[in-house]
Ligand binder design. Structure first.
Ligand code: PLP
Length: 389
């Protein structure tokens, strides 16, 4: 059976070029980059190259990149650093649609002495900027807002926000895990203090990430230990994974145009194909400021999980907006924050594409999905009730 992988916001396939580049650092060049002999110096030099490649993708300088183990560690490092360097400040700001990597740490801090302001979004997932600016005050230690939403793809105007936040002297962090590699960035020009990214969202393996820390930003490490990463993250470097991230960053830079033309066209073809074939289907989120690879579509009156299971039987991989992994069938906090009606939020499916997808795959899904929706609706009491009204 063929596999159509449309779940690239969950994780991506490791690029073959990335595998080729990292393997020698598992097989032959296993030296500890902190050691003194030639073999170790070679690994240290390769890490320097990876740092330069990641920095080039963001448009920053290489000393500003700290390698971490994942996007979650990058987020935690940034948030803890911001609150620890400002111990007298007890107010922190985020949005209502963040990934759990930020959301749950804010909740923890909220239960441990911090006042948290959660900026609302409108029905299209756009941030209430007035609310944000009204809540900035002298007690604010940090504003952390995502660049691109993992569920809907909606992008916040982080560059504009960074300027406004920095004028108030407040640290600004952005979780750019979903945006890096998908949209061009020139961070040097923007007063973003810290930015998180994750390898496995851009065709590197799982277990590696990076945090950009702008030169001059007050910082304190999350992992306290050795002197690695310029004393900003203790722990012997995961050399092969860092090499992989460096290569993936170089590939992402090379593929940026394709991501924003061909991948975007595929996403749009998929979206319009589904919308024209399926009644009562609607796109969640702002379609103008959106990651080029993502569409989140609600199929009213049925469950997203059932759609996923039936698509899986045909080899189609996607995600749903309800948090069944947490043991409940509650719609996601993102769709709830946007006020998506219950009947639509339950039936949401996220399709997220990559440069490895093809037009044939899109057409396969556009052909196979409508009969699935029809069959599920025939079994749905909510659909029958809605039709009889
Ligand atoms: N932030 C966002 C927006 C994400 O989508 C994810 C992963 O899905 C993370 C953070 C966490 O990244 P990682 O899986 O590398 O810890």
């Amino acid at each position: 059976m063929r596999t159509v992988y449309f779940d690239n916001n969950a994780t991506t396939a490791v690029a073959p070029e990335v595998v080729d580049e990292m393997l020698p650092y598992l097989r032959e060049h296993f030296g500890n980059p902190s050691s003194m002999y030639g073999m170790a110096r070679r690994t240290a030099a390769k890490i320097r190259e990876a740092r330069e490649r990641v920095a080039a993708l963001l448009g920053v300088s290489s000393e500003e990149i700290v390698f971490t183990s994942c996007g979650t560690e990058s987020d935690s490092t940034a948030i803890w650093a911001a609150v620890r360097v400002n111990p007298h400040k007890r107010h922190i700001i985020t949005s209502r649609v963040e990934h759990s990597a930020v959301k749950n740490l804010y909740e923890y801090l909220g239960n441990n002495g911090y006042r948290v302001s959660s900026v609302p979004v409108d029905g299209k997932g756009r941030l209430d900027l007035d609310y944000l600016y009204d809540h900035l005050n002298d007690d604010t230690a940090l504003v952390s807002l995502m660049w691109g939403n993992n569920e809907t793809g909606v992008m916040f105007p982080v560059e504009e926000i960074a300027r406004a936040v920095s004028e108030r002297g407040v640290i600004f962090h952005t979780d750019a895990v979903q945006a890096v590699g998908k949209v061009p960035m020139n961070i040097q020009e923007t007063p973003i203090d810290m930015l998180s990214l994750s390898g496995h969202k851009l065709h590197a393996p799982k277990g590696v990430g990076a945090l950009y820390v702008r030169k001059g930003t007050k910082f304190t490490p999350f992992l306290i230990g050795g002197h690695q990463e310029g004393n900003r993250r203790g722990g012997t470097e995961n050399v092969a994974a860092i090499v992989a991230l460096g290569k993936a960053a170089a590939l992402a830079e090379a593929h940026m145009d394709e991501e924003n033309t061909r991948v975007k066209e595929l996403r749009d073809r998929l979206e319009s194909g589904i919308l024209s074939a399926v009644p009562h289907a609607l796109v969640n989120g702002d379609t103008t400021h959106r990651l080029p690879n993502t569409t989140n579509i609600s199929f009213e009156f049925i469950e997203g999980e059932s759609i996923l299971l039936m698509m899986d039987e045909l080899g189609i991989c996607a995600s749903s907006g309800s948090a069944c992994t947490s043991g409940s069938l509650e719609p996601s906090h993102v769709l709830r924050a946007m006020g998506v009606p219950y009947t639509a939020a339950h039936g949401s499916v996220r399709f997220s594409l990559s440069i490895y997808n093809t037009r044939e795959e899109v057409d396969y899904v556009v052909e196979k999905l409508p009969p699935i929706i029809e069959r599920l609706r025939e079994m749905s009491p909510f659909w029958k009730a809605a039709r009889s009204c």
